[in-house]
Design a protein around this ligand. Structure first.
Ligand code: B16
Ligand code: MG
Length: 217
């Protein structure tokens, strides 16, 4: 019996990917590094430090750990400043409706995001009220594809993984949900999230009705 839902943030509730892209692009331009949308795709759902390492490796750049941390902080400052533009109009289509319905129907709801800026994003959207538990990049040390962030959410909700559905848009996120024994809903193309238990192209199609039917509820 499904009692809870755990949502990834970027790519599921809202699309912060564009703002992350702009911030990484600014940092890369300043460093004289190559960075484009193809490389940005590889950062989906990946933690900040893993992201900067992907960009560094792509550029064959030698950078000390200390400098790398400094650059990641610079990027984060740019990104956080850009979040001020975000408003309640910036939900991905269908996300706000689904969260509202889950509240009305009495489901327990957690966030399971890699982002250390989740609280600010939820605040900008006016979405904090939809969540019983906020699991973010500060909640666990092992990032996706490790299941830790979703296990944290389920534990806080006092539910077992098999009582929860995880919504994810990243390959590593679906891997994490499966590794933890959760039901998984993939949002996006077959080549990225085709390994989820059920997949929808966008959040608009991933309604409570469709998802409950898919899991025989
Ligand atoms: P921050 P998600 C992820 O969010 C983003 O998809 C990824 O691009 C970003 O690097 C990561 O959060 C960390 O974000 O720098 O704000 O801590 O999809 O897990 O909600
Ligand atoms: Mg995501």
């Amino acid at each position: 019996m499904i009692k809870g839902f755990i949502f990834d943030l970027d790519g599921v509730i809202t699309d912060t990917a564009e703002l992350h892209f702009q911030a990484w692009k600014k940092l890369s331009d300043d460093m004289g590094w190559q960075f484009d949308r193809e490389v940005n795709e590889r950062l989906r759902g990946v933690s900040r430090m893993d992201s900067i390492n992907i960009i560094r490796e792509h550029n064959n750049a030698e950078v000390s750990e200390e400098k790398l941390l400094e650059l990641a902080t610079l990027k984060n400052d740019i990104y956080v400043a850009s979040l001020d533009q975000m408003t309640p109009d910036d939900y991905l289509p269908g996300a706000q409706e689904l969260l509202t319905l889950l509240r009305q129907e009495g489901f327990l709801v957690a966030l399971g995001s890699a982002s250390k800026n989740s609280n600010k994003v939820l605040k900008q959207l006016g979405a904090t009220k939809f969540f019983d538990v906020i699991g973010d990049g500060n909640s666990v040390s092992k990032s996706k594809p490790a299941p830790d962030i979703f296990l944290f959410g389920a534990e806080q909700l006092k539910l077992k993984p098999e009582q929860c559905i995880v919504y994810e848009d990243a390959e590593a996120g679906v891997d994490a949900a499966k590794a933890g024994g959760f039901y998984s809903v993939g949002i996006g193309p077959e080549e990225r999230v085709g390994h989820a238990d059920v997949r929808f192209e966008t959040m608009k199609e991933a309604t409570l009705f469709e998802v409950k039917s898919a899991f025989g509820e």
